[in-house]
Design a protein around this ligand. Structure first.
Ligand SMILES: *[C@@H]1O[C@H](CO)[C@@H](O)[C@H](O)[C@H]1NC(C)=O
Ligand SMILES: *[C@@H]1O[C@H](CO)[C@@H](O)[C@H](O)[C@H]1NC(C)=O
Ligand SMILES: *[C@@H]1O[C@H](CO)[C@@H](O)[C@H](O)[C@H]1NC(C)=O
Ligand SMILES: *[C@@H]1O[C@H](CO)[C@@H](O)[C@H](O)[C@H]1NC(C)=O
Ligand SMILES: *[C@@H]1O[C@H](CO)[C@@H](O)[C@H](O)[C@H]1NC(C)=O
Ligand SMILES: *[C@@H]1O[C@H](CO)[C@@H](O)[C@H](O)[C@H]1NC(C)=O
Ligand SMILES: *[C@@H]1O[C@H](CO)[C@@H](O)[C@H](O)[C@H]1NC(C)=O
Length: 855
């Protein structure tokens, strides 16, 4: 017995060694191969090292296999600073791609690589300023530093990059004028400086770059005039959106231009004097001060697909002459002073997908608009009357979004889902700006009661009745207001608190005075001004029926925010000792942490004492429920998701949603879950600075998204949590608490939490995946008497006796991967070692799990 145990540990030790490469292959020091090998070793990438470096897929060597001339190390999980004496020694390298990693800084010897022709460091976390010796890269043709945290100025020494054709600095923190040196780079065809803080005006001579085809300065603070671009004769793409340009818009345009985005500047001038040219495909002039009548010369632009003239100072004009723009797919004339009716000609724009005529003075009835491709229609804030044509509401196959709010329209058909009502009629739950006939709604809902689809309909009826109640109240109010005092129609019905909500295990209170004044932050959609009242409607006032789970932090609800955003709403019930500002900063930070195996934090709301975290909704439930045959992702009440589960049989990935029973019957899938979860933890521990310790790793924190990819949830929440709970939180959940936190009396000194306690929790999940048993309170056969037996002690006992193969979950036994599963048990064994120091790091666990695939 003793022997076999030692045997398996030796095997694992071997696995470790092979991961770190001392076993099978090691290049000679001071060769290019060694520098690359050393780089990967030091930056956390566990590479298949059973072959010479020159034969690696990501490496290109010269004919003699002596010098590395290309390295395409995109998306390899490299993290931290690049050390000296690695990349910087590859004197012959011509092409270097380290994009999509977590690199934080470059070594001093980096800037001597004067053979480089192409350098791609995009999407890393490099934060430094660009040194003048970037000018050493005399052969450089393509430079991509986008998506980093470079700051300061761009050195004028770039003037020596004579061969430079492409420069992309998008999404950094450069803060200076556009460097004068750039006008010497006469080979440039592509410049993207967007989303930085470049300021001042463009350097003299900028408009004489002879080959420049594409220029993007969007999202900076650069000023200047339209004439600054007049001489750029090769230009086809011009994007200077969101800057401080002003003066006449007329001078910018010339015959070659295809894409022009001038939005959100202060351009003026009469648009009718512009010669747009026939190549124009995309034109965005929105949010400027342009005047005149907008359709003057546009008729020449017959290739135009995208036209946005919104928010300008056009003269009062009618919607005419647009039928010549037959190619249009996107038309936005919001706030352009349109009067009169929406003529029938608009039906000639047969390719139209998006039509926005909101905030004008349009009158009359809405024409039939049988535009088969229409996806989005916004007619809000006009003076339209009559009935909304049912064709628009029901017959257009691609229609996703419409908005008729703030008109004088009627609707006599009420068979719409609550989501539709909510997105189409802004504020329908709290201010109901359209004249709905409440009695017709009522009749409809009664009829529905007779029908079969009980569950779905019950829910929609509840919603409808809710909407109805609000409407019955809101509309009456609105109609009077409309007649009496036009401009107060914006005033919404006040939903005032404090609000109190109950679940089975807790009562929580949101001490909010006016729900519509408490913002909900959605990171990716900063322009959607959601408020606590949207959360209330999304979750039917935090109704128990929308409860997904009651976690240790508090209840989790499910809901749709306006626009169909499907979310899980997590209320951190116990409050927090953090100030609002600290909590907001922490949540914003968590919102930026992205990894394919983490459930993304979508947004948050600070509602009185409560911190509410909003996550992407995970369609396929959590691992605990899947593994132990509980209903999919829903622990309480009925589950009306099962419906969509059936309908959505195969999505684009060819993945079949087969229901919970079918999913976990293969070892391959369980291995994928283990590996994904391990990757998420390795990323939190090693890829984030400072490292994030999860503190509550357990099967019910692992979710499966729509494509059945495992995703770990709740990272970083314990920090936001109150201090009085600190103790309980640091210890983790029952069955997953590492020994260093168990049986501690009050006198023992507090144990400092380390990533190794997460490793323990991961070990328990791995054992669950292999045995199919719960961590505690399950049957553990062949138990020799010990009373407080749990999964960990049971498995460890048997692994020590080398009897691991007996305890594999019968559902996956005999599928031919037994060797892998037995070895995986040993990994679980290592992870659940009593002494934290004996547990491997998550990075090592990832390596071990990957190696299993080769057995
Ligand atoms: C590792 O490299 C060896 C030798 O080139 C190759 O046979 C093996 O398939 C590789 N393994 C993986 C997982 O790529
Ligand atoms: C840099 O790499 C990214 C992704 O890896 C790619 O999208 C981009 O086009 C590359 N940049 C250049 C200039 O080739
Ligand atoms: C202009 O650049 C900004 C920032 O890069 C981008 O969001 C926007 O889509 C661009 N516009 C066009 C028309 O490409
Ligand atoms: C129309 O343009 C305005 C101003 O740029 C913008 O806020 C609005 O979202 C656009 N509408 C659509 C449907 O894209
Ligand atoms: C709607 O029409 C009324 C009178 O018919 C007018 O007073 C009001 O300004 C119009 N509203 C808009 C937004 O054009
Ligand atoms: C709203 O429309 C009705 C007829 O549909 C009309 O009687 C009423 O005057 C309109 N109200 C306003 C403010 O235009
Ligand atoms: C509908 O239009 C109103 C007014 O323009 C706007 O406030 C609201 O956000 C829009 N709703 C949607 C779902 O776009």
């Amino acid at each position: 017995m003793g022997f076999s145990f030692i045997g398996s540990v030796l095997f694992l030790a071997l696995l470790f060694r092979s991961n770190f490469g001392q076993q099978q292959y090691e290049p000679i020091p001071n060769t290019d191969e060694y520098f690359v090998y050393d780089l990967f070793q030091k930056m956390g990438h566990v590479y298949n090292v059973s072959a010479p470096v020159c034969s690696w897929q990501v490496v290109v060597c010269d004919a003699n296999q002596e010098n590395v001339i290309g390295l395409s190390g995109a998306s390899l999980g490299l993290f931290g600073s690049i050390p000296d004496n690695t990349i910087g020694k590859l004197t012959k390298i011509q092409s270097l791609d380290l994009s999509n990693n977590q690199i934080t800084s470059l070594p001093n010897d980096f800037w001597s690589l004067n053979s480089l022709k192409s350098l791609n460091l995009s999407n890393n976390k490099i934060s430094m300023s660009l040194p003048s010796n970037v000018g050493n890269f005399g052969s450089l043709e393509r430079l991509d530093l986008s998506g980093n945290e470079f700051s300061g100025s761009v050195p004028d020494s770039i003037s020596s990059l004579n061969s430079l054709q492409v420069i992309n600095l998008k999404g950094n923190r450069f803060e200076s004028t556009v460097p004068l040196g750039i006008i010497s780079c006469r080979s440039l065809t592509f410049i993207d400086f967007s989303s930085n803080k470049f300021n001042g005006v463009l350097p003299n001579g900028f408009d004489s770059l002879p080959k420049l085809k594409s220029l993007n300065l969007a999202g900076n603070e650069v000023g200047g005039k339209g004439s600054d671009f007049a001489k750029l004769g090769s230009l086809t793409y011009l994007n200077i959106s969101k800057n401080h340009f002003q003066g006449s818009v007329v001078e910018i345009f010339h015959e070659l231009l295809e894409v022009v985005d001038l939005s959100s500047n202060r351009f003026e001038g009469h648009v009718s004097q512009v010669n747009f040219g026939s190549r124009l495909v995309y034109l965005d002039l929105s949010d400027n001060d342009i005047s005149g009548e907008s359709f003057g010369d546009l008729s020449q632009a017959h290739n135009l697909k995208h036209l946005n003239l919104a928010k300008n100072r056009f003269l009062e004009q009618r919607l005419i002459k647009i039928d010549s723009l037959r190619s249009l797919e996107y038309l936005n004339l919001s706030s352009t002073n349109l009067v009169g009716g929406i003529g029938n000609e608009i039906a000639l724009l047969t390719h139209l997908k998006t039509l926005d005529l909101s905030s004008n003075h349009l009158t009359g009835k809405i024409p039939l608009l049988s535009l088969q491709k229409l996806q989005s229609l916004d007619l809000s804030f006009n003076n339209l009357t009559g009935e909304i044509p049912i064709v628009i509401l029901k017959k257009l196959p691609w229609m996703e979004r419409y908005n008729f709010s703030y008109n004088n329209l009627t609707l006599c058909d009420s068979a719409f889902s609550p989501e539709t009502l909510q997105s189409a009629f802004f504020g329908s739950t709290n201010s109901c700006p359209i004249a709905v006939n409440p009695t017709s709604l009522k009749e409809k809902t009664r009829k529905h009661k007779g029908l079969e689809l009980a569950l779905v309909l019950t829910v929609s009826i509840i919603f409808l009745l809710g909407a109805l109640l609000f409407c019955a109240f809101g509309c009456r109010k609105k109609t009077t207001m409309w007649a009496v005092k036009q401009d107060s129609y914006k005033e919404e019905q006040v939903i005032s608190g404090p609000f109190s909500f109950q679940t089975d295990s807790t009562t929580w209170v949101a001490d909010v005075k006016v729900a519509t004044l408490v913002p909900v932050v959605i990171f990716e959609k900063p322009l959607l001004n959601f408020t606590f009242s949207d959360l209330l409607s999304a979750t039917s006032n935090f109704d128990r029926g929308t409860l997904l789970a009651e976690g240790r932090f508090g209840p989790v609800y499910r809901g749709f925010l306006p626009g169909g955003i499907h979310v899980a709403v997590k209320v951190l019930v116990h409050g927090s000792t953090m100030t609002d500002q600290e909590a907001a900063r922490e949540l914003e930070y968590l919102g930026r942490i992205k990894h394919p195996n983490l459930v993304p934090l979508t947004g948050y709301c600070l509602a009185g004492e409560q911190r509410i975290a909003i996550y992407d909704y995970m369609e396929n439930g959590n691992l605990h429920n899947l593994l132990h045959d509980l209903p999919l992702g829903v622990q309480t009440t009925e589950d009306w998701t099962s419906d969509t589960w059936e309908v959505d049989e195969s999505n684009g990935n060819g993945i079949q949603n087969v229901g919970s029973e079918g999913l976990l019957t293969t070892w391959r899938f369980r291995h994928k879950i283990a590996l994904g979860t391990a990757r998420a933890l390795a990323f939190l521990h090693h890829g984030c600075s400072p490292p994030i310790i999860h503190r509550d790793v357990k099967a019910s924190s692992v979710y499966l998204d729509y494509s059945l990819e495992p995703r770990l949830s709740d990272f970083g929440l314990s920090k936001i949590f109150g201090n009085d709970l600190e103790d309980e939180i640091t210890r983790g959940s029952h069955g997953y608490i590492p020994p260093e936190f168990q049986n501690r009396d009050g006198n023992s000194s507090p144990y400092v939490i380390t990533p190794k306690s997460d490793v323990y929790g991961f070990g328990v999940i791995l054992l669950e995946l292999i045995t199919g048993k719960k961590p505690v309170e399950d049957e553990y056969p062949d138990d020799n008497s010990s009373k407080d037996l749990n999964l960990v002690s049971w498995v460890r006992g048997l692994v020590r006796k080398n009897q691991g193969s007996q305890i594999i979950d019968p559902k996956i036994r005999g599928t031919g991967a037994e060797t892998q599963m037995v070895e995986a048990l040993k990994i679980g064994y290592l992870c659940t070692a009593d002494l934290p120091a004996k547990r491997p790091s998550m990075q090592q666990v990832v390596g071990l799990l990957k190696d299993l695939e080769q057995l």
